[in-house]
Design a protein around this ligand. Structure first.
Ligand code: NAD
Ligand code: SER
Length: 322
């Protein structure tokens, strides 16, 4: 999107797993001062030092609207949400944050033509009755989690606001995301981040999912690139306004453990499935993202091997500096 002098980009929920990486990349692309990072919680480090940072609640619609006008915001990334595992524990507050936060932004965008909005959906929109392998873009969707229900409803509302009011809202159904810059925030796929940290720190890991639980996953650099490519696509190429399927890597805990063991000799894993197993069992094994490839040219770069090499390289470097 073309940005004139003085225009900026706003990332809401910037202190989380995706926001930390996204703000960093956007500031490298556009300059620190043009990317406003905002979160409910105060932040330190590059998020607050590398450009403007605001403590802001996405449920406070007036403050969000004021921020968008004051900073001449042309693009908003709405990342504030409660993820799958936390949402099962905090049902009502998850529904409120995940839905009201989105409505606030959709209503603001409705009044501000030219504002482009990114809102992430998830593989959690699918449920136990969905075909599990290479899950198609359009298929049965009967999510069985609080989080999945909120994401599915969110998708419907995004499409509705686009068709009825012309809101330029764009969305991806992210798989589980794996990154080294920030810890994940309460999802069912979090094990696939924690396992790398524990492998280096303790040489062993206890996994809360069964060894054969295949889930769709993606390395963060691919997820950030997908997000920015979707947001940069000409509007006519963004033909799906609910949310695009996005596929990366599909693997089980046993497969990621075997890959890590090639780099960390003696690494061992044991399994102690908890309530998150039921959530994982309701999600697909793998995703068909051919519509994202056809419509705006998406293709994934990292596989399990290249992701593991890169993750461990960065985590080891971090430990040497500490
Ligand atoms: P996260 O939990 O790591 O970060 C969320 C951030 O939002 C936190 O910094 C939190 O402080 C902030 N926040 C919470 N309530 C807020 C409020 N009221 N106002 C402002 N900020 C608030 O989440 P994430 O992993 O970065 O995910 C971002 C988005 O992507 C979410 O919508 C999530 O559902 C979606 N998603 C994430 C993944 C993943 O694997 N990380 C996968 C699929 C979809
Ligand atoms: N990674 C996310 C979760 O586990 C999927 O949306 O909640």
């Amino acid at each position: 999107m073309d940005m004139s002098k003085g225009d900026s980009i706003l990332v809401l929920g910037a202190g989380g797993q995706i926001g930390t990486d996204l703000v960093h990349t956007l500031r490298e692309m556009h300059g620190g001062s043009r990317v406003v990072a905002a979160d409910l919680k105060p932040q330190s480090g590059s998020l607050s030092d590398g450009g403007p940072f605001l403590q802001l609640d996405v449920l406070d619609a007036q403050s969000v609207a004021d921020c968008i006008r004051t900073h001449k915001v042309k693009e908003v990334y709405l990342l504030a949400a409660l993820l799958s595992a936390t949402a099962e524990q905090k049902m009502k507050s998850a529904w409120r944050l995940n839905m009201e936060g989105l409505f606030n932004l959709l209503d603001i965008a409705k009044e501000l033509p030219g504002l482009r909005l990114f809102w992430p959906s998830s593989i959690a929109v699918f449920g136990p009755t969905t075909p599990r392998d290479l899950t198609p873009q359009f298929t049965v969707m009967e999510p069985s989690t609080v989080y999945g229900i909120s994401k599915q409803a969110g998708e419907r509302w995004c499409e509705y606001y686009h068709h009825k009011f012309g809101v330029d809202v764009r969305s991806l159904r992210y798989p589980g995301l794996i990154s080294y810059k920030a810890q994940p925030g309460g999802g069912t796929t979090d094990y696939a981040v924690d396992i790398y940290h524990q492998a280096l720190d303790k040489g062993e890991y206890t996994c809360f999912l069964r060894e054969d639980t295949a889930l769709p996953m993606m390395y963060m650099p691919d997820a950030i690139r997908a997000t920015l490519e979707l947001m940069a696509a000409p509007p006519e190429r963004v033909k799906i306004r609910s949310s695009y399927n996005l596929a990366g890597i599909s693997f089980t805990p046993a497969q990621i453990a075997a890959q890590i063991a090639q780099h960390v000799p003696g690494f061992s894993i044991r399994y102690a499935p908890d309530y998150r197993q039921e959530i994982a069992d309701s999600w697909p094994n793998s995703i068909d993202d051919s519509r994202a490839s056809e419509d705006w040219g998406w293709s994934c770069r990292y596989n399990l091997e290249s992701m593991t090499t890169d993750m461990l390289k960065h985590l080891k470097a971090e430990r040497q500096l500490a």
